[in-house]
Design a protein around this ligand. Sequence first.
Ligand code: NAD
Length: 484
Amino acid sequence: MKFQPTASHFINGEYLESANGKAIDVVYPATGEKIASLQAATPDVIEKALRSAAAAQKKWGAMTGTERGRVLRRTADILRERNRELSEIETHDTGKPIQETLVADASAGADALDYFGGLAASLTGEYIALANGDFAYTIPEPLGVCVGIGAWNYPIQIACLKAAPALACGNAMIFKPSDTTPLSPLKLAEAFVEAGAPKGIFNVVQGFGDVGAALVADPRVAKVSLTGSVPTGRKVYAAAAEGMKHVTMELGGKSPLIVFDDADIENSVSGAILGNFFSSGQVCSNGTRVFVQKRIKGAFLDRLCTRLASVKIGDPMDPEVNFGPLVSQRQLEIVKAYIAKGLAEGARLVHGGTQLERPGFYLQPTVFADVRDEMTIAREEIFGPVMSVLDFETEEEVIARANSTEFGLAAGVFTHDLTRAHRVARQFEAGTCYINTYNVAPVEAPFGGSKLSGVGRENSKLALQHYTDMKTVYVSVNELQAPY
Ligand code: NAD
């Protein structure tokens, strides 16, 4: 099998196979063929990963930020040199078109390594003057061994977004990829070693939820960063709380995208397409509730359907193809069930809605109009190519409806009215907001959710705070007075 890795896990600088682990079959979503077969970690593999990470962290944490940063930036260079190979792995693992994976996966991961590599040397504490010449200073210290747990939509990008700030701050990371897409994080582990990272500083352990749970529960683990669904987030957060561990939670969403009637129609249609159909709709921050002001509803839907007619669905390895299959048979069934619910609850199907008659897990990009707030497709995260278009009349009304969700990952507004754009962004109950654009997530700016969509932020300088503990040292230069 072309994509069969040397072994399932990467621990202490080398590949390692587990004896008798549960089978993890890797399937190419475009054909349904098995392309690799791995094994889930057994307890002895998890133990090896924890031991080697704990030992490596001591060495790594004692190095200077400049030295650590150099290793991260070298790793970024290696990922860039191998972008083609890594993108092919990612396309076969996830089914995403090669034209997407070439620009949004390993290369975005390399950006994170460059960015946090550059910041590693700038991590400093502060001097705090106190009474009578006494003072305090602070030391940002690594947390220790951090666990990263990934979802299946951006395997290597998620691994890099977690590993780069963690390692920049002097931590070690054990990363558990999604069992649906386990391949590319192994290549990241290889690149770290080639770049000169101490063995064990980034270990990859494969498995299902139980392997993630075992890592989270281990007392040697100081922090958990999860990218996944809200139900998993609840379990992982609760388990981490038992050991008072730090967490970052990047979870799901049902984000609103508001199009006012003064907006540029082509731009807002572009925003709705990028916010619903990139990666076949399997993006956490997607703006799946598209609120369109009544006066332009007809024009918006016309342009949307015309442009969707030119989508190129097909073999994800064809560089012309811009829409691939869903990641798995299971995800295809979940999304189809939501489409059936949309129809049953009275939404009007205006585009797509059916599975393609070909091998693989292909579904057409799907648009429902006349969607009402209480419909299931407007309330629950679908994680597939299904856009709901809802009508609205006034700004006040649409803000209340946009915020009427338990999620708070992202939100977007399209308008030419400058003051309204900022007023609306200010009122969104969401961690990541967009004005006249959608779904960009450059490493320089914080990304993350409010409400049930998450805790903490990835990307940006803020991420460093989530991977350090601040130690305060009080210093007296005076004689001490005690009462007796
Ligand atoms: P999931 O919640 O099913 O699984 C996520 C990861 O958690 C997997 O690696 C899984 O094995 C692991 N896991 C499951 N149970 C666990 C447990 N009890 N303890 C520890 N680990 C456990 O999510 P998924 O289906 O892989 O991904 C889709 C979800 O991820 C969507 O909800 C999507 O919105 C979300 N997501 C969020 C972001 C973000 O940045 N906010 C990015 C991508 C995906």
